[in-house]
Structures are given as structure tokens and as C-alpha cells.
Design a protein around this ligand. Structure first.
Ligand code: GLU
Length: 305
């Protein structure tokens, strides 16, 4: 019974797409009696994100989701990330990188590599160049030395995906631990065995699996749930209209109506107008999840459901 989790960034109120991913993650966990955790990914955020944490937790509770331990906050777990960095550095697997984002973007990479792949500029700099960079006072990021390892991901929804992993950032040049490190350390530390999240993160997963392997951590199962799109083809966002729980309630859709619409979008047979997630546990079947994004029309966004 693998522990599941939902790990939002507290940058604003959750919208229908976020709530749908949370519901899916909760159903994956609860339908086989597993624990479920809430983690706030606030590493690069200011203290004003605390207000959003409360609002996000409130909305998750309002739709009927629960979690087993008090939520954790990544900004309070830096020691864990630094311990992992120390292990990787002691194994000779890290190096400092002085490249700017622009330099990485503009550097030529092999044609078969995805755009943004790190070209390895700082991987083996001569000592003289390192000294020059140090003297320049320009802060350095820390990267993982990956040797372009090809990594396979077996996703419960997308099947087998293979990708080569570049030398990704572990600690940014402002000293903040990078998401790709923190997520792996946290999932392992919290005993998460099942990661259900939006499929915009599918491309990052080979990096996570590679890091799990070098840190000798167990690999959770992964299910990347398709995003919710607006009918302009863009990822659903606040600017699309009435997309938060509060917006829906102003239109007349209470939390139970929202859950019933989200459940139907996840392929769950919901004859009732109003349901609670706990009513769905025995009806949820991951095999019914569609791989296509759920497209919410402008009309559906602006009218009651
Ligand atoms: N914090 C990420 C987000 O809000 C999710 C990360 C994850 O689930 O691994 O998109």
C-alpha cells in the first residue's frame, strides 16, 4: 500500500485543474487503503505564500480530501537537501556552473537533445577558468554530473518513456535547492511510494529516477495525469475565468457539484449531481483515466455546472 501525496506550490488559489490532480492522487491512495500526504513546495517563494497554503488546504478540505500527517513545507527542510548534496559531492558527482540561463539557452546542443539541455560547458573547466569564475564574484549553481544517462520511466498511464538525462541543477545560483532535488529527497524521506501528478512533469521524471538511483533511494510508481486545458489550447489558469472553488461557488456550484464534475472527467461513473470523494473510492478505476487532456470550454467555465 504505497503512500501517496499532493505537492502544490502555494503560489495562488488552486484551480479546477489542480483540484482534479489532487482528487486523482487522493483516489489512487485511498482506493487501496494507503496513506496520503500534503506537502507545500515553497522553496523559492516568499513568506506571503503562507496565506496561500492555508487557502489551498482549506479548499482541499472543502472538496472532501484529507491527509494523514500535518503538511510539510520544503522551505523548512533545507538540511535534508544539503545532506543529499553532500553525499553527491563526496561521490564526485557535482560541479559548479557559472552559466546564465541565457547562455544555456543559446548554447548549441546535439540536435537530438531537447531544447534547454545543458551542453556541459562547466563540466570539466580547466583550473584557470574556475579561478577566473571564482574571482568574478558571479555566484555558481551546482549541477549533477550525469554522463548523459538514458533512463526509463514506467508510467502507470503513459507506459514506458525513455529519455537521456542532462547535468541538471541541484542548487541554484541563489543558494536555493532545486525542485528536481527536493522532490526526490522529500518523496523518499516521507516514504512516498506512489507519485500522481500532472503530466507537465512527465519530462522531469527521468531526472528524478536517475537521482533516486545515484542516491540509492527506492523508486516510487508514477502516474502522470493529463492537464486541464482551456479551449484556447492553453493550460487552464486563473485568467480563463471562474476556475477556483470560490469562483465556482459564486456561480452556484458548491464543492460537491465540483467533485462530481471532476470525477466524471476522471472517467468515474457518477450518476449523482453531488458527491464526496469518499463516495468515489470504490468506483475509481485508474484504467478509466483518459490520456487526453480535459478541455474546459469557455462556456463551461462561465456557467454553473
Ligand atoms: N509543486 C509542483 C506543482 O505544483 C508539483 C510537483 C510534484 O508533484 O512533484 O506543479
Amino acid at each position: 500500500m504505497p503512500t501517496g501525496r499532493f505537492a502544490p506550490s502555494p503560489t495562488g488559489d488552486l484551480h479546477i485543474g489542480n483540484l482534479r490532480t489532487a482528487l486523482a492522487a487522493w483516489l489512487f491512495a485511498r482506493s487501496d487503503g494507503s496513506r496520503f500526504l500534503l506537502r507545500f513546495e515553497d522553496l523559492d517563494l516568499s513568506t506571503s505564500s503562507r496565506d496561500y497554503e492555508h487557502r489551498q488546504a482549506r479548499d482541499l478540505s472543502l472538496i472532501g480530501l484529507d491527509w494523514d500527517d500535518p503538511p510539510v513545507r520544503q522551505s523548512e527542510r533545507s538540511d535534508l537537501y544539503e545532506d543529499a548534496i553532500t553525499d553527491l559531492s563526496n561521490a564526485g558527482l557535482t560541479y559548479r556552473c557559472w552559466c546564465s540561463r541565457r547562455e544555456v539557452r543559446e548554447a548549441a546542443v546535439a540536435p537530438h537533445k531537447p531544447p534547454g539541455t545543458y551542453p556541459g560547458t562547466c563540466r570539466d573547466l580547466p583550473a584557470k577558468k574556475v579561478a577566473e569564475n571564482e574571482e568574478s564574484g558571479r555566484p555558481a549553481a551546482l549541477r549533477l554530473r550525469c554522463f548523459s544517462t538514458a533512463t526509463d520511466v514506467v508510467d502507470l498511464l503513459h507506459g514506458s518513456v525513455s529519455a537521456s538525462v542532462d547535468d541538471f541543477v541541484l542548487r541554484r545560483n541563489d543558494g536555493t535547492p532545486a525542485y528536481n532535488l527536493a522532490v526526490v529527497v522529500d518523496d523518499a524521506d516521507q516514504g512516498v511510494g506512489e507519485v500522481v501528478r500532472a503530466d507537465d512533469l512527465l519530462d522531469s521524471t527521468p531526472r528524478h529516477i536517475h537521482l533516486q538511483s545515484v542516491l540509492k533511494l527506492s523508486v516510487p510508481s508514477y502516474a502522470h495525469v493529463p492537464l486541464v486545458l482551456a479551449d484556447d489550447g492553453k493550460r487552464l489558469a486563473k485568467r480563463h475565468g471562474s476556475v477556483t472553488l470560490h469562483d465556482r461557488s459564486v456561480l452556484g456550484d458548491g464543492p460537491e457539484r465540483v467533485v462530481s464534475v471532476l470525477a466524471a472527467s476522471l472517467g468515474i461513473d457518477v450518476p449523482e449531481q453531488l458527491v464526496r470523494p469518499s463516495d468515489l473510492i470504490t468506483r475509481f478505476d485508474p484504467a478509466e483515466l483518459s490520456l487526453d487532456p480535459w478541455v474546459l470550454s469557455a462556456e463551461a467555465i462561465d456557467t454553473t455546472w
